[in-house]
Write a protein of this length. Structure first.
Length: 130
């Protein structure tokens, strides 16, 4: 009886061993592919986070530089003069008109303007009919 059991087990093992090996190979392959995909997704997320971190660090550096400029006394003086129109004691404030108003008031001839003579009458008639 022992021999028939071992013979049956050996036959059964020989019949199912290749299927079992193929099944395990498929299982390991699927698991490996899944783990590689997760690793690649993790690397992509890491690269995105690093680039975002670099952008944030650059913005932070710019803000630090801006803060260093804004906290100086010269900037505060300039701001009070320009925005508030204040002056130090003994100073005189001149308020200049806008550039467009200055252009209109200026007697200078603009270089980009070209002076042309008006069209003669016969050209005006020609333009009228053509």
């Amino acid at each position: 009886m022992q021999e028939t059991k071992t013979v049956n087990i050996n036959r059964l093992w020989k019949a199912w061993a290749p299927a079992l090996l193929v099944g395990l190979s498929i299982l390991f392959t699927v698991s490996l592919i899944r783990n590689v995909a997760l690793l690649m997704a993790g690397n992509a997320e890491l690269a995105r986070a690093e680039s975002e971190l670099n952008l944030k660090q650059q913005a932070n550096q710019k803000l630090k530089e801006r803060l260093a400029i804004v906290t100086t006394d010269q900037y505060k003086d300039k701001l009070t003069r320009d925005k508030l129109g204040l002056a130090k004691e003994g100073e005189t404030v001149f308020i200049m008109p806008e550039e467009e108003v200055l252009r209109q008031l200026s007697p200078r001839i603009k270089k980009d303007e070209q002076h042309t003579l008006p069209d003669s009458n016969w050209r005006k008639w020609l333009k009228l009919f053509m």
